[in-house]
Design a protein around this ligand. Structure first.
Ligand code: NAD
Length: 281
């Protein structure tokens, strides 16, 4: 990976949750390239360790840790190991998050004929909705409680949350994910204000639409032609293309580096090719 610009975070300790996943493993790799020591946390410890090994093989400093962001004891255990291995946290990326099919309707628009034939709003499962809210919101709040205590001692510390386009205007079918990401944007502002008398800044990135291994099949048919959903997404993205995951890195590095963004606090930056700016007309 080539960074969009060079910054020096040598000696800084970065903690990345959800780092066994697509976007946050890439964030971890980028942070390691700046000289930071990177702790990759994930429920899927094998994935976190695998990405950490790749970073180390590439000359970086990284280690994978098992962590459930919904379990305070698990976060504290990871925290204690990280402090022993690398020292106290300077930068926290709250990346763990996601949706669940139990909290997703089959139809975009309700029609009475759908009742009994597909999963409508009325069939959404309470446990699925709770799962999505907890994973995205509590899964950001709890690691912040654990790691921000260390950050209070630092001259310069930064928290980055991961919001979504859903936070601005909800996408169809996924009310819980949309609400939970709106809560992340709101919480980012709340934290920025709450910690404003300390040296901790808190900001968020709201990614637009990126083709990753996970959503590739939803976006492209087997013959490579775009699906109907792709048509809708690109029709609502003025730049008329998907983002490349690497296009998030510049914003991440800008937000975590004091020299670049020391007075930037409580913002949610869309990286979306204009999606959130476009009314559709
Ligand atoms: P991903 O599914 O590849 O990664 C998420 C990671 O979180 C996985 O490795 C998973 O094991 C881990 N995880 C799940 N539950 C956990 C828990 N309880 N404790 C610890 N780890 C847990 O997803 P991604 O696409 O890389 O998304 C990363 C973040 O970006 C998420 O917050 C997601 O909501 C957000 N996001 C993604 C996109 C996108 O287009 N991919 C767009 C907007 C926002």
């Amino acid at each position: 990976m080539k960074l969009p610009f060079e910054i020096d975070l040598t000696g800084k300790v970065c903690v990345v949750t959800g780092a066994g996943g697509v976007l946050c493993s890439m964030f971890a790799e980028a942070l390691a390239k700046t000289g930071a020591k990177v702790a990759l946390l994930d429920l899927n410890v094998d994935a976190a360790k695998g990405y950490a090994e790749k970073i180390n093989a590439d000359g970086g400093i990284a280690k994978g840790y098992e962590c459930n962001v919904l379990d305070k004891e698990s976060i504290e255990k990871a925290h204690d190991e990280i402090v022993k291995d690398f020292g106290a946290c300077d930068i926290l990326i709250n990346g763990a998050g996601g949706n669940n099919p139990k909290a997703t309707t089959d139809n975009e628009y309700f029609t009475p004929e759908a009742m009994g034939n597909m999963k409508t709003f009325f069939d959404l499962d309470k446990s699925g909705v709770e799962f999505v809210f907890n994973l995205n919101f509590l899964g950001t709040l709890l690691p912040t409680q654990v790691f921000a205590k260390d950050m209070l001692e630092k001259e310069d510390a930064s928290i980055i949350n991961i919001s979504s386009m859903n936070a601005y205007t909800p996408l169809t079918k996924i009310p819980a994910y949309s609400g939970a990401k709106a809560a992340i944007s709101n919480f980012t502002k709340w934290l920025a204000v709450h910690f404003s008398k300390t040296n901790i800044r808190c900001n968020a990135i709201a990614p637009g639409f990126f083709v990753t291994k996970q959503n590739e099949k939803l976006l492209f048919n087997e013959d490579g032609t775009p699906t109907a959903r792709t048509g809708k997404i690109l029709g609502a993205t003025p730049m008329d293309r998907f983002g490349k995951a690497e296009e998030l890195i510049g914003t991440l590095l800008f937000l975590v580096h004091k020299d670049a963004s020391s007075f930037v606090n409580g913002v949610v930056i869309p990286v979306d090719g204009g999606f959130s700016a476009y009314s559709g007309v």
